[in-house]
Design a protein around this ligand. Structure first.
Ligand SMILES: Cc1cc2nc3c(=O)[nH]c(=O)nc-3n(C[C@H](O)[C@H](O)[C@H](O)COP(=O)(O)OP(=O)(O)OC[C@H]3O[C@@H](n4cnc5c(N)ncnc54)[C@H](O)[C@@H]3O)c2cc1C
Length: 347
């Protein structure tokens, strides 16, 4: 049976682990599950603020479509614990290189040691500065049609232009509703080919900066422009600037870099999550800004398998060295001394 108790940070953490997983969302828990099943000692340290927390359900996730984000993670934590992995709540404030491994320090001051690190801390969505917008994030202010498109289908959708991707986003949301309006906000008015594409798909363009949201009975009903015009909309699509949450890695020489897509900043890594710093892997939104829950979980599992292989390689190297050492002249003499003792001269 799976154990579902909450592990308190204070007493139950060990001093050292094969792997410390920093961040307990889909990527971190999936990685920890793989590692625990590989009989590695592993702890997940999690601050408990997954990116999709404001959303009602996780969509597009096979066999778990629509499940509450909190429930998904609750199940994940129970699965990790079921194989002897630990999950602790807390914020990692600092990491430092210590010999071949790492010291991981929590905000409260407690330090644990790790041979390897799997960093799965996700990202921060930086939203356009419009009063009231963040409060509706994940409800009727959305960003991802694959997460929310079905739920807002056929509704009056406004696409707030706040990046170069606005026209693309408007064309995308058109797949889910025939009533899409692009609000040019602070971006230049689309022209040329883009204007033609929008017109061809029946997407209206409204010029003028959005000043605030119009909300009635806890539902979005429109946006108000700075000139006072209200544009009736039931849903507002925005694109956030996505920034990896991993400031504590800077001391190891790992800093967020501009993502090639122009969508934000990420921690660069190879396809298996290996970073340029030996012993540190990353998975999920912290490195792949576009990862959804399923992708993040898959990346966590991939990185975990690579970490296990890396540990295995190190342990094999050590075993070979120890075995060779056992047959060295020095070891032979030591063994002879132990076995023969006084009698050796009589041989
Ligand atoms: C509003 C919204 C709705 C979404 N809906 C969907 C959907 O329907 N379907 C879908 O597939 N995807 C959806 N997504 C995307 C989904 O949120 C991400 O794919 C997913 O959260 C990525 O998982 P992750 O493990 O990389 O990061 P996260 O889930 O963000 O988990 C990171 C964890 O690390 C913790 N953490 C951060 N820093 C530290 C630290 N220093 N110490 C300890 N812990 C730390 C955080 O508190 C958090 O718990 C949605 C996103 C948003 C914003």
């Amino acid at each position: 049976m799976l154990v579902a108790e909450v592990v308190e940070v204070t007493d139950q953490l060990n001093d050292g682990y094969d792997v410390v997983v920093i961040g307990g969302g889909a990527a971190g828990l999936s990685g920890a599950l793989m590692l625990a099943r590989a009989r590695r000692s592993v702890v997940v340290i999690d601050e408990g603020e997954p990116r999709n927390a404001p959303a009602e359900g996780v969509h597009g996730l096979l066999a778990r479509d629509g499940m509450r984000p909190a429930e998904l993670l609750e199940r994940g934590r129970a699965e990790v614990r079921g194989y002897g992995g630990q999950v602790a709540s807390g914020e990692v404030g600092a990491v430092a290189r210590e010999g071949d491994g790492f010291a991981v320090t929590l905000a409260g001051g407690r330090t644990v040691r790790a041979r390897r690190l799997l960093v799965t801390t996700g990202l921060v969505d930086e939203l356009p500065e419009i009063p009231g917008l963040r409060a509706r994030w994940g409800r009727d202010v959305v960003h991802c049609p694959y997460c929310h498109g079905w739920e807002v289908r056929d509704q009056a959708i406004g696409v707030l232009a706040s990046s170069q991707l606005a026209v693309h986003q408007a064309l995308l949301f058109r797949q889910w509703s025939a009533d899409v309006t692009l609000l040019s906000h602070t971006m230049p008015q689309p022209d040329g080919e883009e204007a033609e594409q929008l017109a061809a798909r029946g997407i209206r363009v409204v010029h003028g900066e959005v000043a605030s949201l119009e909300v009635v009975d806890d539902r979005l009903v429109g946006v108000r422009l700075t000139d006072g015009t209200v544009v009736g909309r039931e849903v507002l699509a925005v694109s956030s600037r996505m920034v990896a949450r991993a400031g504590f890695l800077a001391v190891l020489g790992l800093r967020p870099a501009e993502h090639p897509s122009g969508l934000g900043e990420h921690i660069p890594a190879d396809p298996a999550g290996r970073t340029d710093v030996p012993g540190v892997w990353v998975a999920g939104n912290v490195t792949d800004l576009a990862a959804q829950v399923g992708t993040a979980a898959a990346a966590g599992a991939t990185a975990a398998a690579q970490i296990n292989a890396d540990l295995l390689a190190e342990e094999t190297r050590q075993a070979v060295a120890a075995r060779r050492d056992a047959f060295s002249a020095e070891s032979e003499a030591r063994l002879c001394e132990l076995v023969m003792s006084e009698r050796r001269h009589g041989l």
